[in-house]
Design a protein around this ligand. Structure first.
Ligand code: DQA
Length: 132
């Protein structure tokens, strides 16, 4: 069972960026935790991070062509702006979970819009890196 775990812009800065909001765990450590958990569950994760919208679209599409079972995605700030990422997720028809480390619903007004949400089977916010 293959699952694509995709992280958007600035999530490579985990552990450095705004630790009060995103915690002290680095992106590398997050990847190690996901790999460890998936191994226990017999899931094959493919981890990807990009700061570029088009790269994220390419990788979402790859999940479809690669026969993945589902997608876990934290689109970062593209959550609030990207119709291209929404369309890409819809085009895969794969069950997709939207993850946010912080509790976005309690933050600024501009974070209250999520374009991707309507294409997701579940949204997880505010559980830190455990949300993944
Ligand atoms: C985030 C929330 C977004 O609003 C923000 O732009 C991020 C991270 C989160 O994980 O809480 O980059 O997706």
């Amino acid at each position: 069972m293959k699952i694509y775990v995709i992280n958007g812009p600035n999530l490579n800065m985990l552990g450095i960026r705004e630790p009060d909001k995103y915690g002290n765990t680095s992106y590398k450590e997050l990847c190690a935790l996901i790999l460890e958990h998936c191994e226990k569950c017999g899931i094959e994760p493919l981890l990807y991070q990009s700061n570029h919208e088009g790269d994220l679209v390419d990788f979402i599409q790859r999940a479809y062509f690669d026969g993945a079972c589902g997608i876990v995605i934290n689109p970062g700030a593209y959550t609030h702006t990207s119709i291209a990422i929404l369309d890409a997720v819809k085009s895969t028809m794969l069950p997709t979970v939207e993850v946010h480390i912080s509790k976005v619903e309690e933050r600024e007004d501009f974070r209250q819009v999520s374009y991707i949400r309507s294409a997701c089977v579940k949204t997880i916010t505010g559980h830190g890196i455990q949300g993944y």
